[in-house]
Design a protein around this ligand. Structure first.
Ligand code: PEP
Ligand code: MN
Length: 412
């Protein structure tokens, strides 16, 4: 990036950035990232955008899911394969029940940075910086682990590359049917094949900018850390650096919208992030909470529909339904999660728009982090296998059950 553009970008306030104690080490890490190969290619990003255009137009459904926070340690385990296979099973269930092709996008190979409600955390009289994801600091509650370390940005890059290699390994000529990552040479570009795409929250802007590359074919700029990059609820300030960053790349992008958003804000975001009204470019990821979605979503959909903006409407039924159980665990009720999706479908059915997809936090493991489902996880069970580094995830049974139930909504 030219120096002037970089200076302009850093003059815009960026919310939710860590305080790196060693600026020289940060500069060294970023310089190293800037000369690494891209993790995903512009053509793959274009392919996802084309497939999301089908979703926006009502001809496909999006399934996006994975951990709230991926950990570096988790990348080395077979849990990655189980998570990807779970998403594949859910996609099959949804496709069959809805009669639509499903576009599958993992929260994977890059979901290493978290926005936090509080910059610090206190425990037994000690106050330390909050955990901000493995790309920034460690989860262990010690001063050493919690100190932001820019070398972790390089480890994030390497871990994402390793996870992508695991996904691409199945992309061998001998077994083209097992291809997980998109393979534009053999793909007809339509949704519903075996393509699997990656996504994460574009939170750490210096990392994301260091991995931006200009496509030599088109001269367009892409974030090459993942196929789809989204802006979180806490960083979607219209004049902030995250919106500006997303506006400057050609990837498909998303923005989370919580209960505080109003229709004018949404339209302003659409104008900034998708000024050309390109189908598949922008996903609006709604996370209102089960009790609010039926009231808060209609005015947003009406406003956007009146502008004929071809956005993809996506339901995140996780983040508006989080609460702390008596045991102290952050959790979500399966019934609330499903109810928010049901409300999302009801609103779109009423307005004649397409409920385009789901954005979920899930894992292929038999964890006990969300309550409910069959076999039921009870409040008393939360402590048994509560393993998330951040927010509570649906376990494999709960995730499949949700896919079956959501598939049923389409048939109603
Ligand atoms: C998340 O997706 O983990 C997250 C922090 O979501 P939101 O920005 O919607 O709060
Ligand atoms: Mn989360």
């Amino acid at each position: 990036m030219p120096r002037t553009q970089q200076a302009a970008l850093s003059a815009v306030p960026a919310a939710q950035q860590p305080v790196w104690p060693d600026p020289a080490a940060l500069r060294t890490a970023l310089a190293e990232l800037a000369v690494q190969p891209h993790l995903v290619s512009p053509r793959e990003c274009d392919l996802l955008r084309d497939q999301l255009a089908f979703v926006a137009g009502g001809g496909a459904f999006l399934l996006q899911g994975g951990d709230c926070a991926e950990t570096f340690a988790g990348a080395a385990s077979e849990a990655v394969g189980r998570k990807v296979r779970l998403l594949g099973q859910m996609a099959e269930i949804l496709a069959e029940r809805m009669g639509l092709p499903v576009v599958t996008v993992g929260r994977i190979a890059g979901q290493y940075a978290k926005p936090r409600s509080w910059p610090t955390e206190s425990h037994l009289g000690q106050t330390l910086p909050s955990y901000r994801g493995d790309a920034v600091n460690g989860l262990a509650f010690t001063p050493a682990a919690r100190t932001p370390d820019p070398r972790r940005l390089l480890q994030a890059y390497r871990t994402a590359a390793g996870t992508l290699a695991v996904l691409r390994k199945q992309d061998e000529p001998a077994s083209p049917g097992d291809s997980l990552l998109p393979h534009p040479r053999t793909s007809d570009g339509g949704p519903g094949g075996n393509d699997f795409f990656t996504s994460h929250e574009a939170l750490l802007l210096p990392y994301e900018e260091a991995l931006c590359r200009t496509d030599p074919l088109t001269g367009q700029r892409y974030g090459t850390s993942g196929h789809l990059l989204w802006i979180g609820e806490r960083t979607r300030n219209l004049d902030g650096a995250h919106v500006r960053f997303a506006a400057g790349i050609s990837n498909p992008v998303g923005v989370k919208l919580g209960p505080a958003v109003n229709p004018d804000d949404v339209l302003a975001l659409v104008d900034k992030l998708d000024p050309q009204r390109q189908p598949g470019r922008l996903s609006l990821i709604i996370r209102m909470g089960a009790r609010k979605i039926r009231d808060l979503l209609p005015p947003l959909v009406e406003k956007v529909a009146a502008e004929h903006a071809p956005v993809t409407w996506v339901c995140d039924p996780m983040h508006g339904n989080t609460f702390t159980a008596a045991s102290g665990h952050k959790t979500r009720l399966f019934d609330d999660v499903f109810d928010e999706v049901a409300g999302f479908f009801e609103v779109h059915r009423t307005l004649g728009t397409h409920p385009g997809g789901l954005h979920l936090e899930l894992t292929g493991e038999a964890v006990t982090e969300c309550v409910g489902g069959t076999p039921a996880v009870l409040m008393e069970d939360l402590d048994r296998r509560y393993e998330t580094a951040c927010d509570p995830r649906l376990n494999a049974d709960q995730a499949r059950e949700l896919a079956v139930a959501v598939g049923g909504l389409a048939a109603r």
